[in-house]
Design a protein around this ligand. Sequence first.
Ligand SMILES: [Fe+2]
Ligand SMILES: [Fe+2]
Length: 350
Amino acid sequence: MTQIAPVAHSLQPRASSSKESEKPDIQMPVAPSGSESIPVAFDSAYTWNYDVERADLRQLYEKSKELQWNSRTYLPWDTNVDPEAENTPDSFIPIFGTPLWDRLDKKRELPKLRQFATSYMLSNFLHGEQGALLATSQIVQAVPNIDAKLYAATQVMDEARHVEAYDRYLRDKVQATFPISPYLRTLLDQILQERRWDMKYLGMQILVEGLALAAFGFIAQTSQEPLLREIVKMIMQDEARHVAFGVLSLKGVYDDMTAGELRDREEFIVEASRLMYDRFLMQEVWEQMGMPTAECVEIARTSESMRLFRSLLFSKIVPNTKRLGLLTPAVRKGFEELGVLHYESWDASA
Ligand SMILES: [Fe+2]
Ligand SMILES: [Fe+2]
């Protein structure tokens, strides 16, 4: 199994000049292109029992068929978007209010930083959506139950629509796309290469989708840009169903697992959570801007507003982990280290 380790980021600050005129032009990120294959191996399950075994999943399947929407015709794509405007309050950019922020050239650098910060966040949503597209198509195959197969098939379609919408927004409106964060890539590879179907669910439906749902909710509440708000609003309706699918499917699965089997799940949750947490330090944005990356990452890691933001991302994951009976002492410790354990008493559906 090929495991992709997170790429170490260059922490060398670029040579900077005190004279404004000598500063090099800010380059646009190079959009990812081409395709890439990774080897996967897991058991594909036929099921010869077509009876309804799980009425709750059938109900979700019915709901999913009724709530399909067309991203091309439903969304107001003719909205004008200025990618360099303050579409999301500047205060959510990690270095906001620091001396580094004060030194930004407000005409040349600040608009680019806004564009890159938006692009970076949405690019990783786009790549995450593709990961979800691949993972749910695997779930269709791997899960041994017809109700889950039928539902998962509708989710594959949902994810295709999400890929389409984010790609179009990035391409036409933000006009910049970043490659996938190495942290997210590592996590997606692990989920796709995992043999055990419950781990695919756990990784994608509970962890990645749980975080996406919280992050999309954050955008829906803070963005001033109407098209993006509409996109995330539509996608969130789908994602809420996807998380529900994960919770319903995994309910009871961990009740009589052996300590050894459970340990694998615990380690997976803690490692995946760490990868997702690190993904929001925006290394690639600082590099692209020619800013001192190590310093910016440190600010993103420690600033109070960013800690709040990153911890908010776990507001669905922690209560759902608990609902599945997986908030064991080891997982509890991992969440505590990330500063997100306090969400254990939250209502995941809120
Ligand atoms: Fe999605
Ligand atoms: Fe999803």
